[in-house]
Design a protein around this ligand. Structure first.
Ligand SMILES: C[C@H](O)[C@H](O)[C@H]1CNC2=NC(N)=NC(=O)C2=N1
Length: 92
């Protein structure tokens, strides 16, 4: 099981567009419309399934909010950082 990251490790490793909120990291991806946000969620779900690490995702008009934490560890681990980087690659 992945080990919890320290506060300093989280700060050092968190990708630029992400924020930390307690035991989660979060990013809101922006799109032109609802279908764009929905399509991103579908692609992100496939990446998450492949990695077997699943974010909480909320679709609204023009945006998809993604929250990551490692349930098995009870906080933020390298798995969350890795998934954030993977999803940033899907977005760009
Ligand atoms: C039951 C299943 O093995 C667990 O939920 C796996 C898969 N997906 C997961 N996703 C996340 N975000 N955290 C986990 O600890 C985790 N563990």
């Amino acid at each position: 099981m992945a080990d919890l990251l320290s506060d300093d490790e989280i700060s050092d490793q968190l990708p630029a567009a992400w924020d930390r909120e307690g035991d989660e990291i979060v990013r809101v991806y922006e799109f032109d419309d609802y279908l764009g946000a929905s399509g991103f969620l579908a692609a992100a779900a496939g990446v998450a399934e492949d990695a077997w690490h699943h974010p909480e995702m909320t679709v609204r008009w023009g945006e998809c909010e993604v929250r990551l934490t490692t349930h098995d560890a009870g906080g933020i681990t390298g798995n969350d950082i890795d998934m954030a980087e993977r999803l940033d690659n899907v977005y760009e």
